[in-house]
Design a protein around this ligand. Structure first.
Ligand code: ZN
Length: 282
């Protein structure tokens, strides 16, 4: 049986077909700009999969750049895709493609991929961090046969003394320093156009605080980092690790590069189809 995987990002949608789930290898099926119109997106997905024999597929897993309802069946918050909110997404996909459909936040999918095939393979308490338009994360805590994976709002934790207003409405969120959209609004240019060392020093200070807070609250010991800002700035992780080491004197927190790169959400979407629903806190 094959598995259909769909990665619905804020900018692009990618579809892949996985012949098996014991490897991260897949056949690319389609890539197109993510449609703001929900029904048009469904139509484009179904069209791309027209020639695929769905009867030979065990299901479809979908990674979405959005917060998912607790029951895993719909989108409840999506700053980039407002037209998707509260639509019966899993049911509509299942009806169009004639296979069971599962949804998860892209950070949950990224984590599943890095845990199974990537840099988090050996960690029982770990996180996946994406530093891009926003700052998102998921954590996984495991012991023996019990595993819980949860999407968390790392970017909207409040940092002491931060008076900046966040796009979410709170004052003091980490993301006012680390979110690509907020940086662009505040600085008047995109993060990849900023070379100023002082800017990146503060960026790393704030993100290190956020990650050490996360480690203290959850006792995770490894973080796989990805997202455009990390991928565009190779020296960032080393600088960030140094800041973490200065702050976190109790137990080491290892910052790792996400091995699957931009494929992580797609690979994780495929893995989602065989991940028990009750092990995921959306
Ligand atoms: Zn916020």
């Amino acid at each position: 049986m094959t598995t259909i995987a769909i990665d619905i990002g804020g900018s692009n949608t990618r579809i892949g077909l996985f012949p098996a789930l014991d490897a991260a290898d897949y056949m690319p099926v389609a890539k197109f700009p993510t449609q703001q119109d929900y029904h048009e997106e469904l139509r484009r997905v179904a069209e791309a999969l027209q020639s695929i024999d769905n009867a030979a597929s065990s299901g479809v897993g979908v990674s979405v750049a959005a917060r998912i309802a607790k029951n895993g069946r719909s989108v409840v918050a999506a700053p980039n895709l407002p037209g998707y909110v509260d639509q019966p997404f899993a049911r509509d996909l299942s009806a169009r493609l004639h296979v069971p459909a599962r949804l998860a936040h892209d950070t949950v999918c990224g984590l599943l991929a890095e845990k199974t095939f990537g840099s988090l393979h050996d960690s029982e308490r770990c996180a996946y961090l994406t530093v891009s338009t926003g700052t998102g994360a998921a954590i996984q805590l495991a012991k023996g046969a019990i595993t819980l994976t949860s999407s968390i709002e790392i970017g909207h934790q409040i940092l002491d003394g931060n008076q900046r207003e966040c796009l979410c409405g709170q004052v003091g969120c980490l993301e006012t320093y680390t979110g690509g959209r907020q940086i662009t609004l505040r600085e008047g240019r995109a993060p990849n156009e900023i070379a100023d060392a002082a800017f990146w020093d503060i960026f790393c200070d704030k993100l290190a605080q956020g990650l050490v807070n996360l480690a203290m609250l959850t006792r995770i010991d490894a973080v796989a980092a990805s997202g455009a800002i990390v991928l565009n700035r190779p020296q960032l992780l080393e600088q960030l690790q140094q800041k973490i080491n200065q702050l976190d004197l109790w137990s080491p927190l290892a910052l790792l590069s996400a091995r699957l790169g931009e494929d992580a959400p797609l690979v994780g979407a495929a893995l989602l189809t065989e991940t028990p629903e009750d092990t995921i806190l959306h």
